[in-house]
Design a protein. Structure first.
Length: 150
């Protein structure tokens, strides 16, 4: 059985290792960013048999953010290989979408590599729709807040 919960500071090292798997390298600045996201309660983890098997990290974008002003950005979603295609990612995304976010963040947003076409279909099942490309060519997707989504 998979447990979904908010990340805690004691999860930091494991999350850094998962983040390294996601990106293929470590980032010098990511430790403080990750700590800030954890203390802001914007990171969910999936655990099975007491081991962390995945995470979802969100960022809150303010009114001056270029691509997605006033949005809740689904920044990082990662599930370890042995637990993919078993619904773990879906549980993590749903936890973020069902969170009680401040009202000034009007919608959800995300970007993904256009070569990973399966991601468009994956996020469409949560109500996301494509809305263009970023300056670097990634697909942009948005979805209204739950209260505005029927």
């Amino acid at each position: 059985m998979t447990e979904i919960r908010k990340a805690r500071i004691k999860d930091l090292e494991v999350l850094e290792n998962l983040q390294k798997q996601l990106y293929g390298k470590s980032f010098a600045a990511s430790r403080s960013d990750l700590m800030r996201a954890i203390t802001s309660r914007h990171v969910w983890i999936a655990a099975a048999l007491g081991e962390i098997i995945g995470y979802q990290l969100c960022e809150l974008f303010g009114p001056t953010q270029k691509n997605f002003p006033n949005s809740i950005f689904l920044s990082e979603l990662f599930v370890i290989q042995d637990f993919r295609k078993k619904g773990v990612g879906t549980l993590l995304v749903e936890a973020a979408l069902n969170e009680s976010w401040p009202a000034e963040y009007r919608y959800f947003s995300l970007t993904h590599d256009p070569h990973q076409t399966f991601l468009t279909k994956y996020y469409e099942k949560f109500g996301f729709k494509e809305c263009g490309k970023t300056d670097v060519g990634n697909n942009k997707m948005t979805r209204p807040r739950k209260s505005e989504w029927s």
